[in-house]
Design a protein around this ligand. Structure first.
Ligand SMILES: [Zn+2]
Length: 232
């Protein structure tokens, strides 16, 4: 089996999505990149998770061209390809339509940073790119979805190695990480903070965002130079 490592990583990541309750049916996809080879492995389109095998993962280059595989790759492949091409530090990407994350995307709102769970993972709201313009939708849609993400990061001055998640307005979450395992983790974190923020605003519509001292405390103890969260 060629590209065995990324096939196995992409397979395992895809299988985790339904286990974590992040996808229904065949919604969602995960991919893992091999930077030396310049290709990534992604789920085939429309195949139920229980039928997947590592051998069925499709090997694709950064232009979205299939290098190896008999099945059609995920319909979102061109979004993954562009993100790998433009953001050379990321190792894996996940896309889901997880319920709470997607609800914020449909509401066209960033997920506000309201608690320490959120601050353990990022110091800003989970960004929400605007819904795509008609010209982008009628053009090379999945490729343009990638640009929608990248341009929104540029507008906000965000670094994709620090903020590893976004909502695309009217669509759903995309997450990434140094590895596809990290991208899956971030997809689960996004869903959880989306749910917590939603519930908090239900209990108290005027609940404020987390104050900056707590944002910094929680971020620094996990990611700062004197981090002390977890084991050495
Ligand atoms: Zn989607």
């Amino acid at each position: 089996m060629t590209h065995a490592a990324i096939r196995q990583a992409a397979y395992a990541a895809n299988m985790q999505l339904p286990e974590l309750g992040l996808v229904l049916f065949t919604f969602g996809n995960a991919s893992a990149v091999d930077r030396k080879a310049g290709v990534f492995a992604i789920k085939p389109s429309g195949v139920p998770y229980r039928e997947l095998t590592p051998e069925m993962m499709i090997i694709v280059d950064y232009e979205g061209r299939v290098v190896e595989g008999n099945l059609r790759p995920s319909s979102d492949t061109k979004t993954h390809a562009l993100l790998y091409k433009e953001w050379s530090n990321i190792g894996g990407i996940v896309h889901t339509h997880s319920t709470y994350g997607t609800a914020w995307a449909q509401a066209q709102l960033p997920i506000p940073i309201m608690g320490t769970t959120h601050a353990d993972h990022l110091t800003v709201d989970v960004p929400c790119a605007p819904p795509m313009a008609d010209a982008r939708i009628s053009g090379n849609y999945e490729h343009e979805t990638g640009w929608q993400i990248i341009e929104h990061f540029r507008e906000l001055g965000l670094d994709p190695s620090e903020v590893e998640m976004i909502l695309v307005g009217n669509h759903a979450p995309f997450t990434w990480g140094k590895s596809v395992e990290k991208a899956v983790y971030h997809a689960a974190v996004l869903e959880e903070v989306a749910r917590m923020a939603y519930l908090s605003r239900q209990i108290n519509p005027d609940a404020p965002r987390l104050k900056e001292s707590l944002v910094q405390k929680h971020w620094q103890r996990k990611h700062g130079k004197d981090a002390y969260y977890g084991q050495q």
